[in-house]
Write a protein that binds this ligand. Sequence first.
Ligand code: SF4
Ligand code: SF4
Length: 160
Amino acid sequence: MLTGIFSPNQCAQCKLCCNFHRSSAWETPALEPAQVFLMHELCVPLVERQDGTTSFFLDFRSEDSDEVANCPMLNPDAGCMLPRDERPFECRIWPVRVMRDSSTIVIGIYRACPAMSADCFEKLKRHTLDNLLPDILAYAKRNPRAVREFNTAYQIIWRS
Ligand code: SF4
Ligand code: SF4
């Protein structure tokens, strides 16, 4: 997630970004080739997402749809074990997400993040448009399969 805008304490208590229900397992982040290489080096189990990109394998122990599995890179006490620069791009910009709405690229902010006050939303929007936009568009260009379909849980802040 975007540090500096969210309080690390809020995220440490919430951890929503790094836990996945069986029904939201498709939300695991896409890994780029260097990250896939690193994960193989670390013997972290991976899977192929439906869009053909590679992501983390989630170790569900039952068929219970409410069961939650951690991202294998999450230390429940200390947070993400990956250095910030080595995290998947989707993790680095969360709760901002790049999506596709028909043939249009859109950028949205996840409104249900528990830390998302109105002030925080405005700061995040400003920061995204002023600082992150080129990186987000470059990511979408080099990883077109990883760009997900637009979802109404996100408030659009930019449209191509
Ligand atoms: S959902 Fe929001 S508060 Fe929770 S961990 Fe993610 S960024 Fe932090
Ligand atoms: S890579 Fe890190 S930030 Fe991303 S989901 Fe896994 S634990 Fe969370």
